[in-house]
Design a protein around this ligand. Structure first.
Ligand SMILES: [Fe+2]
Length: 214
């Protein structure tokens, strides 16, 4: 498994070109983020299933930890916004187009900033320039290293995503999916180099998969 994608840190290139930051997204919308208990109330009111809420909790914790680690290296991410977006990103998980449906709902109850971060999280392309990561990027990174309610790391999560995608798109899609997975795993290596720690060490122990517990 470790060798499956032929991961090599030196293969990881961080590209600046062809990327625009989308800083119009969060900074210009003025309203406060829901707190943890407000997020829990929102999920309760929406009737989001318990297993989805547990996943959201793990993504929130992971995203917040990554945002803090990046801020320690000079980025200026809104950690509360990242945490709230993590908590609410799958609020409408059991519905079709759940990211848009969830975003529309959050927007309708006044949380436009959070809505803006989650509205495209299933399809969002993460900015490969780590110095320019925004809140949406961090949410998506966290969502792609958490499986169910645990931090499992990028390889296991990508294997899961690939197995579902192959069922949907067929075996012919395997090479393309494999290269996407490999690119993401290499990106996580670069991110870990940037923050100076493996991701599993910065996320709270209660959400780590067993093999990552101390
Ligand atoms: Fe998710």
């Amino acid at each position: 498994m470790e060798e499956k994608y032929g991961f090599k840190k030196e293969n990881c290139k961080i590209k600046n070109e062809n990327y625009k930051t989308k800083k119009e997204n969060c900074q210009n919308i003025k309203e406060k983020c829901p707190t943890k208990s407000e997020c829990e109330n929102i999920l309760e009111k929406y009737n989001t299933p318990i297993h989805v809420r547990k996943h959201c909790y793990a993504v929130s914790k992971t995203a917040g930890s990554i945002a803090e680690a990046l801020n320690n290296k000079g980025l200026k991410l809104d950690v509360d916004l990242v945490r709230a977006a993590g908590y609410l990103h799958d609020i409408a998980r059991v519905e079709k187009n759940h990211d848009k449906v969830g975003a529309d709902y959050l927007s309708s109850i006044g949380y436009k900033k959070v809505a803006n971060v989650i509205k495209n999280h299933t399809k969002h392309k993460i900015n490969p320039d780590i110095g320019l990561l925004d809140e949406e990027d961090v949410l998506c990174i966290a969502d792609r290293v958490v499986l169910q309610s645990n931090y499992v790391g990028p390889k296991k999560r990508m294997d899961y995503i690939m197995s579902k995608a192959i069922l949907k798109y067929g075996q012919d899609s395997r090479d393309l999916l494999d290269s996407i997975a490999k690119e993401f795993v290499n990106f996580i290596y670069a991110l870990e180099d940037f923050i100076g720690s493996p991701l599993y060490k910065i996320v709270p122990e209660d959400i780590r998969e067993e093999k990552y517990k101390n």
